[in-house]
Design a protein around this ligand. Structure first.
Ligand SMILES: Cc1cc2nc3c(=O)[nH]c(=O)nc-3n(C[C@H](O)[C@H](O)[C@H](O)COP(=O)(O)OP(=O)(O)OC[C@H]3O[C@@H](n4cnc5c(N)ncnc54)[C@H](O)[C@@H]3O)c2cc1C
Length: 426
């Protein structure tokens, strides 16, 4: 997707913020590292306030596990600071290059949703700046609904200035991991059910090019924190990189199928138990700089949906059938179950059920048509799409997936907006 131009303010000091936030005029939007895939962090008719220059830690108490920092602090930096004290964020997404503000704005989830819920479940306080000049401190005890609207609120309730989170204690930096190959969706669900009680982290890679009914190939990965007390932090820089965008012809059904075949065989060979560092376990793509160049100049679409437990088997089978028949699909298709923990945000994406996430190379109208067919399955199953991964869902799709939208809308700051919001707002 081509990103339209927009005005960008990059403050470095907290006293620059009031004049950027308050007042009428063009709409504004707080953003972080801009790692969301679609248009929820874009505001082409107005401006964005890029918070990455504000990344100071205000307070860190290793004894109580509490850290308060500017919203622009990245999880990359935060982990480096807290790991030596045997602490870690309770929830991390598939990349550490996200800010605290972005983690709150999308109420991100990780591989341990069934144990730790979402990022927002661990937010103790935050400071929100509104366009009317107010600076409001909020926490889970807020009865106005503004805290619940801000968690997963896509930046629309105002600018998050700082965030205070509760960290979790960990013995060290290693994960006791296990990879189990599976050959059907039924096997996947059995592994997921069994692992909920035995493992903190679960996630699966699936081969979306070879689907026959519920027969498919995948690698189920699960893990727990290892008792190993070593705490080496992650490498400062990725070891690999994509130097160039691949030409259009390089990514086709044949290369996709060959890649998936090789990935599955390699995974099978390495199946079983191993001790791995948290970085490749939690953040595999962070090890390859500019991995998105794989999709060539036209870029790609991410697609992530969740469908409720009752519809999980049939809807997931139908989605995979459509994807396999299209010959499209991705190198890294991820299937995972979310637990029953209630999400704290009015617009939080995670809900109990099964989530499928994958990339599609942008081939123009044919890709959009494919995604619309997937939407129809998710809609019928009473599921929802993840705004952080979206640049094209319809207003109908958004509104049907988020039943607390009306309550949320009451808290939107009238001078904050985004391209995403203008497309989907009621
Ligand atoms: C490789 C990769 C893997 C990923 N894996 C996962 C995953 O496993 N789970 C998951 O949940 N997500 C995942 N994501 C998505 C990512 O975690 C989210 O998009 C996250 O919100 C990005 O953070 P950011 O700092 O880049 O925020 P941005 O993309 O800049 O912004 C995200 C949203 O937060 C708002 N926002 C940001 N900062 C502020 C602020 N200071 N005040 C108010 N609003 C603000 C923005 O307006 C926007 O709506 C992944 C992304 C990538 C690229």
């Amino acid at each position: 997707m081509t990103r339209p131009s927009q005005n960008v303010a990059s403050p470095h000091f907290a006293d620059e913020l009031p004049s950027l936030v308050a007042g009428a005029g063009d709409t504004r939007l707080g953003v972080g590292l801009m790692r969301s895939y679609g248009d929820s962090n874009l505001n082409p008719d107005g401006s964005v306030i890029r918070m990455t220059g504000l990344d100071r830690i205000h307070h860190f108490d290793p004894a109580s596990h509490v850290l308060r920092a500017d919203a622009g602090l990245s999880l990359d930096s935060l982990i480096r600071t807290v790991l030596p004290h045997g602490l870690f964020p309770a929830v991390v997404p598939g990349t550490r290059f996200v800010t605290l503000g972005g983690a709150v704005g999308n109420d991100i989830h990780g591989k341990n949703h069934h144990r730790f819920g979402t990022f927002g479940n661990h937010v103790r306080r935050l400071s929100l700046m509104r366009s009317d000049g107010r600076r409001i401190e909020l926490g889970p005890d807020d009865e106005s609904g503004l805290f619940a609207a801000t968690i997963g609120g896509l930046g629309l309730t105002g600018l998050i200035e700082w965030v205070e989170i509760a960290l979790r204690a960990i013995p060290g930096a290693m994960i006791d991991a296990e990879t189990i190959p599976f050959e059907s969706l039924e096997e996947f669900f059995a592994l997921a059910d069994e692992s909920i009680t035995t493992h903190e982290h679960t996630v699966s890679w699936i081969d979306c090019t070879r689907i026959d009914g519920t027969k498919m190939r995948g690698l189920f990965m699960r893990g727990n924190c290892s008792a190993d007390p070593d705490r080496p932090p992650h490498a400062a820089r990725p070891r690999l990189g994509m130097p160039l965008e691949l030409p259009r012809f390089a990514l086709n059904p044949l290369t996709l199928s060959l890649f998936n075949e090789a990935y599955y065989r390699f995974g099978r060979l390495r199946a079983g138990r191993s001790k791995v560092h948290y970085a490749p376990f939690f953040f595999p793509l962070d090890g390859i700089m500019h991995w998105n160049r794989l999709y060539g100049r036209d870029g790609m679409f991410q697609y992530q949906c969740v469908v409720p437990p009752g519809a999980s088997l049939d809807a997931t089978a139908e989605l995979l059938k459509i994807i396999a028949a299209s010959g499209e699909g991705s190198f890294l298709a991820v299937l995972k179950t979310f637990g029953s923990n209630a999400s704290p945000g009015l617009l939080s994406f995670p809900r109990e059920g099964t989530t499928l996430a994958l990339d599609f190379r942008n081939r123009g109208p044919q890709t959009l048509e494919l995604l619309a067919r997937l939407d129809a399955v998710v809609f019928e199953a009473d599921g929802r799409l993840y705004p952080a991964k979206d640049g094209r869902m319809s207003a109908r799709m958004f509104q049907s997936g988020y039943p607390r939208l009306e309550a949320f809308t009451a808290h939107v700051d009238p001078h904050f907006s985004s391209a995403f919001w203008r497309r989907v707002a009621p």
